[in-house]
Unconditional design. Structure first.
Lengths: 658, 160
């Protein structure tokens, strides 16, 4: 029964979405405020319906209701509860439902918190958002119904793909979707601005928090996906330039560009048309990602099942939304007035450079991802474009970004002083250079590693030079503290986010100094791995909830002292008759020891891949720091939008800053 | 000051100029990288027909022939990739993925040596027992060896 309620709620949500597509938009065109003001309440009810549908599917999964095909195919009564819940989105149907749920969450949030916005903008935006919901609800109901019942329910389910039975599944898809789908709101804002035909700095101020939220979640989602792949796939790699990964990287690059150009628009009313374009681009790339991952064009662990009708349907959604929005853009964008002017050397100029480099690097990823597909469609020849391509194209384009980031932070709006800014970075550059030499002497080759590490140090220090400069060198500590508190949070947000990228770069650079060993392990063996000694214990078998596990205990010593134990293992899932490996990972300092077991040899030894990866955690910690910077920036925006109570401190700070 | 003489037009020129510079850089990098870093995929039959020069980097995909996997001592192994028509021998050093099994789909990436064998440095067999690398599936379809709906049947029920 609960399953039918869920299905029915989804149909109701579609009806509401269609209603919302048309009525508020009609109201906006006719300037009928009664029709327009319907939008928020409809958006909330629509959200409630989709939440109900999602809730009922979750209940079906948790109670192992094997009369539902989706549950049969992806669940098992012995599966741990966390995977019963996260397994809801471990299938194509369920993950599309999650997609739509998040779309509705964003619509509902806009309905709840957008009351300070002009009615026209708010209702048009919600209406556009509803177009997206309607398209995807239709997609789910017509091609991917998660509520379909089985004619003859089996006693037991087929279990979830063991690779997905991991805490990563509980975290990675929701985060990534919050990011992907978050850009739907900025897209809707952009389309609304085009439909209404006018746009100003206030628009940018409404859009910026949404762009930030989407960007923060996308950053976290990508980082989480990368870490999951790292510890699950057993190759010790964290980024494979796989098309599915690229599909999430492209919206991130466009979204990062959007974040920066929105800042220009908010402060200076410049780059209006470009910002609109980026908002459209970011979501278009999210849609492209959804298409690549969900349509079965690419086969990977993300493509749960291949069904041509789904691919065609998503392609139709993709083409109509991207084509429609770009047509709207071409038609209406010339109406938007060009805003403030600025000198090439200025904060605006630096942000334009940032946009240029980010969109260009995004374009190279786009080419590398779609070229093989296009070539195969046109000539039938099959090629793969791998890491060397991306390292050669994407890498060089990011070098100027790294170098220019701290300088850009330092330039004044409208007209900046390049030489003066560069001079203030002397310290950062000197430390970076010294670090480069130091790393080269201590760690040595490959030459790229110390260079990148030096640039990373420069970037991390340089990120904070601007903030430090604004706090200044004044006599009293109290004065410095009050200035430090008085600075807008967005200044700190920028500094942390930029430093986060530096930290990630440092982690990437350190991969050059990693050690890899492919070796056969026998009981009692002792070996060295980087700075550590590792001794091999006795193999043991132990049962898990829905698998059997073979564990090889290892002891890590440093200078004879035991510092850690690790238990890499191999698991056998009997329902799916599938073997997985669980890499043993131990974090020591910021580096990690990583051991992955292969099958047993005839003599009882185990082949293993062993890695010592210095500073590897910086790769993901850097992403966390970026997201943290975004969050700080977001808290600043909330004060500005007047959503929160105006703080007393801020008005004091404004005085102090004068 | 020199800066003051910068007109709106020069500003625009600077902007367009730098945009073009970045785009040219990107186009240059992409075309350079595309020339040298593409890896072509072949089935065993295609590989035999097109007679690759030794030394070319390529991917070969097919099924691991039953009974062909030989593990030498240490970590070296050889196996035969087949499309049921033509065989090609692959030599590989390292750890194979969890799902590498005789009779299953596989892709080996590496260099062809003078004897026509593949010296692989990467072996892919990913993710799932239902999963067949798309290239392999297409290649088998071409040979008419693909049976639609040969997805693994639900495993027999088992009490845990």
């Amino acid at each position: 029964m609960i399953v039918e309620i869920g299905h029915y709620a989804l149909v109701l949500a579609l009806a509401l979405a269609v209603f919302q597509c048309l009525v508020p938009l009609w109201g906006a065109l006719k300037h009928d405020s009664a029709l327009m003001s319907i939008a928020p309440s409809v958006a909330l009810v629509q959200f409630a319906m989709v939440a109900l549908a999602f809730g009922s599917l979750t209940i079906a999964h948790v109670t192992s209701d094997f009369s539902v095909i989706n549950v049969i195919q992806n669940s098992h009564s012995a599966k741990p509860l966390i995977y019963k819940i996260s397994g809801v989105w471990g299938s194509h149907e369920g993950s599309m439902l999650l997609w739509v749920l998040i779309l509705e969450i964003f619509g509902a949030l806009l309905a709840l918190f957008g009351s300070s916005m002009p009615l026209l903008l708010r209702s048009t935006t919600l209406s556009v958002q509803s177009w997206i919901s309607a398209a995807f609800l239709l997609f789910i109901l017509l091609t991917s119904n998660p509520f379909a019942r089985a004619v003859a329910p089996p006693i037991e389910g087929q279990d979830l793909n063991p690779i997905l039975q991991d805490p990563g599944l509980a975290i990675h898809p929701p985060l990534l979707y919050l990011g992907y789908v978050g850009f739907s709101i900025t897209f809707s804002f952009a389309a609304a601005a085009l439909i209404n035909g006018h746009i100003n700095a206030a628009w940018a101020r409404y859009v910026r928090p949404w762009a930030l939220v989407a960007w923060i979640f996308l950053t976290l989602g990508i980082a989480m996906g990368s870490y999951w792949a790292y510890y699950t796939l057993g190759w010790g790699g964290f980024w494979f330039w796989d098309p599915v990964e690229n599909a999430s990287l492209m919206p991130w690059l466009a979204g990062t560009a959007l974040l920066h150009s929105v800042a220009v628009m908010e402060k200076r009313e410049a780059l209006k048309v470009w910002t609109i374009f980026l908002a459209i681009l970011a979501f278009s790339l999210s849609l492209l990602g959804t298409f690549l991952v969900r349509s079965g064009v690419l086969t990977s662990v993300h493509a749960f099942a291949n069904d041509p009708s789904r691919g065609v349907f998503i392609l139709a959604i993709l083409v109509s939304f991207i084509g429609g929005s770009l047509a709207l853009f071409a038609w209406r964008a010339p109406l938007l007035k060009v805003g403030g002017i600025f000198a090439p050397v200025s904060r605006e100029g630096a942000l334009v450079l940032n946009n240029l480099l980010l969109t260009t690097s995004c374009a190279t990823v786009f080419v590398g991802t779609l070229y093989p597909l296009a070539l195969e469609a046109l000539t039938g020849e099959k090629i793969s474009v791998g890491a060397p391509f991306f390292n050669l194209t994407f890498g060089p384009l990011f070098v100027p970004i790294f170098l220019a980031m701290p300088i850009g932070q330092m330039l004044a709006w409208k007209r900046g002083d390049l030489l003066g800014s560069a001079q203030r970075l002397t310290f950062a550059a000197a430390v970076g250079f010294a670090a480069m030499l130091g790393f080269a002497v201590i760690q040595g080759m490959p030459i790229v590693a110390p260079i990148a590490a030096g640039v990373a140090i420069y970037l991390i220090i340089g990120s904070f030079v601007e903030v430090a400069g604004r706090i200044g060198r004044v006599a009293s500590l109290g004065m410095m503290l009050s200035r430090a508190f008085g600075l807008p949070r967005s200044a700190y947000g920028t500094a942390f986010a930029h430093a986060g990228l530096g930290l990630t770069l440092l982690g990437l650079a350190a991969t050059g100094w990693g050690i890899e060993k492919n070796i056969t392990l026998h009981r009692g063996d002792n070996l060295t791995l980087g700075p550590y000694e590792i001794s091999v214990g006795t193999i043991k078998e132990q049962p898990g909830p829905n698998f059997k596990e073979t564990v090889l205990p290892l002891t890590i010593r440093e200078g004879g002292r035991v510092i850690a134990n690790m238990e890499p293992s191999r698991r056998y899932f009997s329902t799916r008759q599938m073997q997985t490996t669980e890499a043993g990972i131990t974090t020591l300092g910021f580096g990690q020891v990583y051991v992955n077991l292969a099958e047993a040899n005839a003599d009882g030894g185990y082949d293993a891949r062993m890695y010592w990866k210095p500073l590897v955690t910086f790769i993901w910690l850097g992403a966390l720091l970026m997201a943290y910077g975004g969050a700080i920036s977001l808290s600043d925006r909330r004060l500005r939008m007047g959503l929160a109570v105006k703080s007393k401190r801020r008005s004091e700070a404004a005085v102090a800053a004068e | 000051m020199k800066r003051k003489t910068m007109t709106r037009k020069t500003r625009r020129l600077v902007l367009i100029g730098s945009a073009l510079a970045v785009i040219f850089l990107a186009v240059g990098l992409v075309s350079f990288a595309l020339r040298d870093n593409l890896v072509f995929f072949y089935g065993p039959t295609e590989l035999a027909q097109k007679i690759q020069k030794p030394g070319a980097r390529l991917r070969v995909g097919g099924l691991v022939k039953e009974g062909s996997v030989i593990k030498d001592n240490g970590r070296q192994m050889t196996f035969i990739v087949t499309d049921m028509k033509t065989d090609v021998k692959v030599q590989y050093t390292g750890q194979v993925p969890d799902l590498f099994r005789e009779g299953q789909g596989v892709i080996a990436e590496g260099v062809m040596d003078a004897a026509g064998n593949i010296q692989a440095d990467t072996v892919l067999a990913k993710h799932d027992e239902k999963y067949m690398p798309r290239d392999v599936a297409d290649s088998l379809k071409k040979q008419g060896l693909w049976k639609e709906g040969t997805e693994a049947a639900p495993a027999p029920l088992r009490k845990q």
